[in-house]
Structures are given as structure tokens and as C-alpha cells.
Design a binder for this molecule. Structure first.
Ligand code: UTP
Length: 286
């Protein structure tokens, strides 16, 4: 795989999680016991990414701290013989190199990605949004990077969504479907349902060429007055063949409290350490 770097933007206000996000960044509110940030970095690491660039806001020191080694906690786990948890703690802190860049003004997702320009430099890279949790056998971003290696150009994860979800998402217009891949003919952020070209919504996984940074510099504010990543990718379409990837696996949007709860329930029902007791409690409760 040629993709070595991942950008993970987490600098948004997270208003849908207020009041919790008054002091806790949304990406650290856990799915059962793992923050979405942890899951996104783990997915990138499993895909072979070497360097993760977190785009943080000025008051998100706790996000950077998440990845620093915790020797006192690790010693305590060692003494208690909790080797499984110790392994997990060490893996996440040490398998990838994590650095942070600051987005001083929350001008949108596209603007957040632009803040990583210097760290990414002149090579293709991937973007993962921790709000989208995808559980699948192979890491989704790794499969997308492999498709990028053979096809070139942007590769964007998509999922078929019901009509009512269309106006709040980025939507793609596709041609020439071949298995999970199709060529993207156009894309639009948060269209009215009657204007939407399809029900295929963009989910937060992207493989992008470095030319996206010039497009982001030049794109005008779009939906919601924000610099939209979708608009910058759309600006590349006349010169770059872009592909949509309908990924396998289970997806949750954990950017809302209800979505986070559903993901936690899904996880608790399948994890060996929680499944039996949780299933019993749930059956009694229902
Ligand atoms: P969202 O649109 O979900 O915004 O951002 P948000 O601020 O996180 O949450 P709400 O809508 O207020 O509840 C999508 C992704 O882009 C990042 C967010 O952190 C999230 O990962 N983002 C958004 C930035 O990093 N900077 C921005 O200016 C906007």
C-alpha cells in the first residue's frame, strides 16, 4: 500500500453532544469503552498507515494526550496481571506515529483538512472521520487505499441511505458500477431530496491526492457557510477519475448520542466479555 499518512479532523464543536462537549471532546466519548478516536487510529494502523495527523482545536489538549505513553497506568496493569488491557494500551500508543496540527477557527471540514497540508506534503493520503465507525473484517481505509493503488485518483466511501437522511449528507452521482466500485460523475453536499442525484451518501473515509490542497485553498464556502471537503473533491472531477466504494461491514454514525448508543449496544452484544450478561439484562428490560 502506498498510503503512509492519515488525517483525522476532530476540531469541530460537537454541538450535537452538548452539554458533554463543553469539556470533553466528542471523539473521546466512548463506544462502550473505546473512544471513536481510538477506533479510527486503530483502523488506520491496521491498514498500514505510519503517521496520523490529528487536526485539533486550541482547547483539545486531551486529544493529543490520549496517545502519549502512560507508564504509571501500565505499571499498575502489569502488577495486576491485566496483560490483555496492557497490550491494547501499548499498541495504540506505539504502533503509529501521531502528531497534531491546530485549526484555530472552525471553518469546516475542508478547512480542517487544509490545516494538515504541511504535515502531509506532496503525497496521496487518507482522511478518516471518527464519527463514522465501521466494523469489518478488513480495515475499510486499507481496502480503499488498495483500490487507489490500482485506479489512481480519489476513492470515497459511500453507503445507500433512506430518503430522509439525504438532505443532511454529501451525496454522489455515479456511473459504470463494477462490484463495490463506481465512477463518480458528480457530488453535492446536503442537497434537497428532489435535487439529489442518488441515495449514495459519503461516509467519512477518503483517499485523496495532494492536489486536493490547492482545490481547498480555492473553494468558496458552501453548505452552512463552511469550507466543504465535498466541494473541493467535486472541483477535481474534471481532471481526476474519482471512485465511490460501497464498503462491506457494519456502520454507525456515532456523531449523535443515539448513534453512539446504538454502536455501544451492537458492540456489547458481540463482545465476549459483555455479551451474555448484557443480552440477559436487555431481554429482561424489553
Ligand atoms: P461535523 O459536521 O460532525 O461537526 O464534523 P461537529 O462540530 O463535529 O459536530 P456537530 O455537528 O456540531 O454536532 C465532521 C468532522 O469534521 C470535523 C469534526 O471534528 C468531525 O470529525 N471538523 C468539522 C473539524 O475538524 N473542523 C471544523 O471546522 C468542522
Amino acid at each position: 500500500m502506498t498510503i503512509r499518512k492519515a488525517v483525522i479532523p476532530v476540531a469541530g464543536f460537537g454541538t450535537r453532544f452538548l452539554p458533554a462537549t463543553r469539556s470533553v471532546p466528542k471523539v473521546l466519548i466512548p463506544v462502550l469503552d473505546r473512544p471513536p478516536l481510538h477506533l479510527a487510529v486503530e483502523e488506520a494502523a491496521r491498514a498500514g498507515v505510519e503517521h496520523v495527523v490529528l487536526v485539533v482545536s486550541p482547547d483539545q489538549q486531551s486529544v493529543a494526550d490520549y496517545f502519549t505513553p502512560k507508564p504509571a497506568v501500565e505499571d499498575a496493569l502489569e502488577r495486576r496481571g491485566n496483560h490483555a488491557l496492557l497490550g491494547q494500551m501499548r499498541d495504540i500508543a506505539r504502533t503509529v506515529d501521531v502528531s497534531c496540527v491546530t485549526q484555530h477557527e472552525q471553518l469546516g471540514l475542508g478547512h480542517a483538512v487544509l490545516m494538515a497540508r504541511e504535515a502531509v506534503d506532496d503525497e496521496p493520503f487518507c482522511v478518516l472521520l471518527p464519527d463514522d465507525v465501521i466494523w469489518s473484517d478488513a480495515p475499510t481505509i486499507g481496502s480503499m487505499a488498495e483500490h487507489h493503488d490500482s485506479l489512481g485518483g480519489p476513492v470515497i466511501a459511500v453507503k445507500r441511505v433512506p430518503d430522509e437522511a439525504v438532505p443532511s449528507l454529501g451525496i454522489v452521482d455515479v456511473r459504470d458500477a463494477s462490484g463495490p466500485l463506481s465512477r463518480i460523475a458528480g457530488m453535492v453536499e446536503k442537497p434537497r431530496l428532489e435535487d439529489a442525484p442518488s441515495n449514495l451518501a459519503i461516509i467519512g473515509r477518503y483517499v485523496l491526492p495532494p492536489r486536493i490542497f490547492d482545490a481547498l485553498e480555492n473553494v468558496a464556502p458552501g453548505a452552512g457557510g463552511e469550507i466543504q471537503l465535498t466541494d473541493a473533491i467535486a472541483a477535481l472531477l474534471p481532471t481526476e477519475a474519482a471512485h465511490a466504494y460501497e464498503f462491506p461491514g457494519v456502520h454507525f454514525d456515532v456523531g449523535t448520542p443515539l448513534g453512539l448508543l446504538k454502536a455501544s449496544v451492537h458492540d456489547a452484544l458481540r463482545r465476549p466479555d459483555t455479551a451474555a450478561e448484557f443480552r440477559r439484562w436487555l431481554a429482561e428490560t424489553l
